[in-house]
Design a protein around this ligand. Structure first.
Ligand SMILES: [Cu+2]
Length: 251
């Protein structure tokens, strides 16, 4: 085989390749979120000030099969769920500023299922660029319609037995999700850049895992209560730190 390069050109290219090899190796190291030494675990709880009216049962009459499914367990609105000790469920708590390197987006999708005439996960948080896999487990059609404003808006009809489909959002956004067939179906996608987030469960608690030392803004978002943000300094003591959020019922 005849080289197209002269000997000196070949030598120069070989030297360049050797010089760049360590850089190439560096770029090949998988980027993972590794807690820096001296970091600390951050956790807390979200509670509500004030009394709430009992949630009303939803009107499912538009789909007789749904009415039938929920004769003994009526569906109620999930727009504000408060548990024992005034703990608030479905609050997204995340680092909104000061976050370390965002880290790689997980290759595994998050799942969002339509089942029993509702979204099985009311608030689903995932990463910008990560796939959300949407399925219909009901014996009738749904038409999912995430009302994105920053990202692209779309809707999709999924008749019974349709295979799941996946979609990923490019930009950070809290997106209301509705069904174009069943007006009571409501949910949210929380699309976040940071890998440091959590959604509160029944006890209102959250954990953001180990954070490297630094100054952060932590934001708590709720679909009807709004947002609250707090600054926190994670020092290098390694002592777990607590940050609580309190929302007040809007008059
Ligand atoms: Cu539906």
């Amino acid at each position: 085989m005849i080289s197209r390069f002269t000997n000196s050109e070949t030598l120069r290219r070989t030297q360049l390749a050797h010089a760049l090899f360590p850089l190439f190796l560096l770029l090949c190291i998988p980027a993972t979120v590794v807690a820096a030494p001296g970091g600390a675990k951050l956790s807390g709880k979200v509670t509500l000030n004030g009394a709430l009216a009992k949630p009303k049962a939803l009107d499912l009459s538009k789909e007789p099969a749904c009415t039938q499914m929920h004769v003994n367990n009526p569906l109620v609105s999930e727009s504000l769920i408060v548990g024992p000790g005034n703990a608030v469920r479905n609050v997204v708590v995340y680092i909104s500023a000061g976050a370390p390197y965002p880290g790689p987006v997980p290759s595994a999708p998050v799942l969002f299922d339509q089942h029993g005439c509702q979204y099985t996960t009311h608030v689903l948080a995932f990463r910008a660029g990560q796939e959300v896999k949407i399925s219909n487990s009901d014996p009738f059609a749904h038409n999912i319609h995430p009302l994105a404003r920053v990202n692209r808006e779309w809707n999709k009809l999924q008749p019974a037995g349709t295979p799941p489909f996946a979609y990923s959002y490019e930009n950070e956004e809290f997106i209301a999700v509705k069904c174009n067939i069943h007006p009571w179906m409501q949910g949210y996608f929380a699309v976040l850049r940071t890998p440091y987030f959590a959604v509160t469960g029944d006890d209102g608690s959250f954990s953001l895992g180990d954070l490297p030392p630094g100054r952060y803004t932590i934001t708590a978002w709720h679909e009807t209560l709004g947002t609250r943000s707090q600054e926190i300094e994670i020092n290098s003591s390694g002592e777990p730190q607590t940050l609580n959020f309190t929302f007040t019922v809007k008059p």
